[in-house]
Design a binder for this molecule. Structure first.
Ligand SMILES: *Cc1c(COP(=O)(O)O)cnc(C)c1O
Length: 222
């Protein structure tokens, strides 16, 4: 798809989501496509906005703060998701800028987000990120820590929407997606953010409500 236009890439991803949803007897409307625009400038983002895409993901607060306020002046209905690791000292800026925070993963961050919400009056939806493959280098709480962290989120009044994961690279992701789905069920959470460019179709067949797609929409990052 390297020669395809952004609009064609977007249509192809939507078609793939629809195909996977059909296979699983799901409605494609139950899957939100998050266009992960990290590292890409406005010149790459604007064609997707022009093609109707409104939900975007970024992994760094600073980068998003530099790019999105200007774009939002023209596209007020944009929905922004933070999908990267969040430092507690940036919680207030993140709460002010993002509509969803998908990387809630530790008690100190829950406390920082809760106090940022009190201070700003903004209440972005929150996903708890689970380190589903128990990989030391990855963010996310462990499966064992999840119940206590969810309890803390609920106690602190965070608007909990669901769970997010990034499964281990280079191996079959389906068992990890299935585990995340089971955990969300067990804890009464409807949102399942899973699936990236390489595996979003599999994720949709296993119940993803949000897929986070960068490369398949924007091309390979520099
Ligand atoms: C970069 C990123 C994505 C998108 O990855 P692609 O493979 O480019 O689709 C999705 N989720 C997170 C958390 C990311 O950091």
């Amino acid at each position: 798809m390297t020669d395809a236009s952004p609009a064609e890439r977007l249509a192809a991803v939507h078609a793939a989501i629809a195909g996977a949803a059909k296979l699983a007897r799901r409605s494609p409307e139950d899957v939100t496509l998050i266009a992960v625009s990290k590292t890409h400038g406005p010149e790459a983002i604007e064609p997707l906005l022009g093609a109707g895409q409104r939900v975007f993901g970024e992994n760094r607060v600073q980068e998003a703060a530099a790019k999105w306020p200007v774009l939002r002046d023209r596209f007020a209905d944009v929905e922004l998701h933070l999908v990267g690791r969040l430092q507690s000292n940036k919680a207030e800026e993140a709460v002010a800028l993002f509509d969803f925070i998908q990387s809630v993963d530790r008690p100190s961050l829950v406390a920082a987000i809760a106090s940022a919400m009190d201070k700003t009056g903004r209440r972005p939806g929150c996903f708890v990120q689970v380190n589903i493959g128990d990989e030391p280098q990855k963010g996310g709480c462990s499966v064992a820590e999840l119940p206590a962290l969810l309890e803390q989120c609920r106690g602190a009044g965070l608007p909990l929407k669901g769970l997010m994961c990034i499964p281990p690279a280079e191996i079959e992701p389906a068992p990890y997606f299935a585990l995340l789905s089971k955990l969300a069920d067990r804890h009464g959470l409807a949102g399942l953010s899973m699936g990236m460019s390489a595996d979003y179709e599999a994720a949709v067949t296993i119940g993803a409500t949000h897929v986070r797609v960068g490369t398949a929409l924007f091309g390979v990052r520099a």
